[in-house]
Design a binder for this molecule. Structure first.
Ligand code: CMP
Length: 139
């Protein structure tokens, strides 16, 4: 398989519940390498850009309100098959259905407030990481 990068964001619920260390620790223990890391409060414009694929969904406005409600932690992780590995580690979107042992399965009971977001493809990674990082930020 191939070494690739993926983008992860700890959402405002994960930050306010004190789960930053827990989430990053899981990725580090798995063997993924942190290539960039930043805590920021998203503007509405940046949030709409991050979630542009969902702009026609009924939950879009609530989602933008939620991700701009407090600070988030954005990161780029690198490793073998990182995109698929991280998606497996975060679990299903709905925290009520996510498998135990996954981040959402262990910490979320909601479809919206589900602790983390992660890129689902190379194309998503290319768009999403640029909302937060420039090429100089990636170490
Ligand atoms: P995420 O993986 O970041 O991708 C889109 C986000 O929209 C999702 O996690 C949830 O936080 C949020 N969301 C809210 N309602 C829904 C829904 N009905 N289906 C999918 N995602 C939803």
């Amino acid at each position: 398989m191939a070494i690739e990068k993926t983008f992860v964001m700890i959402k405002p619920d994960g930050v306010s519940r004190g789960l930053i260390g827990e989430v990053i620790s899981r990725f580090e223990r798995k063997g993924l390498k942190l290539k960039a890391l930043k805590m920021v409060r998203l503007t509405r414009e940046k949030a709409e850009e991050l979630y542009s694929v969902h702009k026609d969904k009924p939950f879009f406005n609530d989602l933008v309100e939620f991700v701009t409600s407090g600070p988030v932690v954005a990161m780029i992780l690198e490793g073998d098959s990182a995109i698929d590995v991280v998606r497996l580690m975060i679990g299903a979107t709905d925290g009520r259905k996510a498998a135990p042992g996954t981040i959402r399965g262990d910490f979320a009971l909601s479809i919206q407030n589900n602790i983390v977001h992660a890129s689902d493809s190379k194309e998503s990674f290319e768009r999403e990481h640029k909302v937060f990082f420039t090429e100089n930020d990636i170490l």
